[in-house]
Design a protein around this ligand. Sequence first.
Ligand SMILES: [Zn+2]
Length: 497
Amino acid sequence: MTKPIKYQIVHFTSVKRVGYLALILIIFSFFSCGKNPQPAPKPGSKVHITVLYTNDEHGWMEPTTTYAGAPGLTYQWKNTEGYDASDNYLILSGGDMWSGPSISTWFRGKSMVQVMNAMGYDASAIGNHEFDFTVDTLYQRLSEMHFPLLAANIVETSTSKIPNFAQPYIIKNIDGVNVGIIGLASRSTPTSTFPANVAGYQFTDYAAAVTKYAQEAKKAGATVLIVVGHICSSEMNSLVSVAAANGICIIGGGHCHQKYLSRNNGVVLIEAGSNMIAYGKVEFDYSPADSTTSNFQYKIVDNTATKYDAGIGELVNYWQEQTDNELSDQIGYSDQTIAQSSAAMQNMVCDSWLHSFPDADVALTNGGGIRQSIPAGPVTLSTVVGLLPFENTIVKLKLTGQQLKEMALAGDICMGGMTTVGGFFLSDGTEITDAGVYTVLTTDYLYLRNDYNFSTYDPSPEYTYVHYRQPLTDWLKSIRTSVSDPLSNYLDYVSRR
Ligand SMILES: [Zn+2]
């Protein structure tokens, strides 16, 4: 069960952003980020602008034993970085806001949207996982969001237009300065979310999209330009010359879950890890007198606050309670105890993954990840949570038959889709050949463990971000077991090792 958070409540102010009054309409025919001085429409001092940046939040709003979640992040922003509604702050995300722990995934991102609204986010790039629950759900989330979704490089195949859920750029007025923010979606999106969810869209060239919309944003009055992209550091670096030529000062990245920080050809590149474990901060001065930016400072800060923002903490608590309420639902019935270490239990867990990922050949997990028996009687979501309690997600990788055989015999591995009894065979009886290539599911936990060779054998797996418990939950619901048709009717009791 999800544990209640004991917040140390220290500070509470609404983070609701106050709209900045645009006193001066600034129209430049040219644009500059550190060069090309222009006539001064607004005499006087420089405007200090601070960007606070996260990416790949993946629904990790809850504090963990290591990181402080959304309540701690907000506390740090307010108390360390001086963020409040009266200051010149932009809160931006590089996308992949949801698809993670059940507190987010259970509600298809709705809970995370509420938290990010309350934290004061101004805009987010569109990550591949924004599409995980279909475009219809994305529209639903967008209707709840107090900030826009940005992508300049998604077009509808049928119309060649940017879809309605995306804006190529926005302009935010910060203390009289028009800041243009251009979004980019990952070109890998068609293979890094469920492909059918984005079948009607094309993810086009980054440089062409940035160039086009930088020009449009400037025509619309932007005098400072920032890119937020669901793009990795290599892709950010490949855009530096285009960014510099178009007067873009900052590129925020995402998708690779790296902490990355550099300044290249005058352009600050920043990616702040993932899961709200850290945030990026970039600050600079803008001089309206000559349309220049200067005094760039930038850093990445770990989210290790020991105090929490009370308002965000209350919101996270609310969603924890909602999650707990949902988990008390009955989803099946068992007429007998299914023992923790039994073949029936191990086969059921692994086979359920293959129901959720029918394109995979084999599922491998460790027996140690299965933590309790299913008692006779009603089966609830709470039972499943206790059974598979860890915050592990499923990773999809390619292994040769030789590698698959080695991994199937490693440690306390249990398996679906294959057996090692009397040889190595897929569940349809086909022999596993050393040279064959197989699609294999495992957990991110096992994948990252050094004593298993998964990451050596496939260094670039697909992170599905599907919780390892979710397929079992879905399968149990789908078979609709009852007193007259109990779970024992659906199990395979034959050991596969
Ligand atoms: Zn991503």
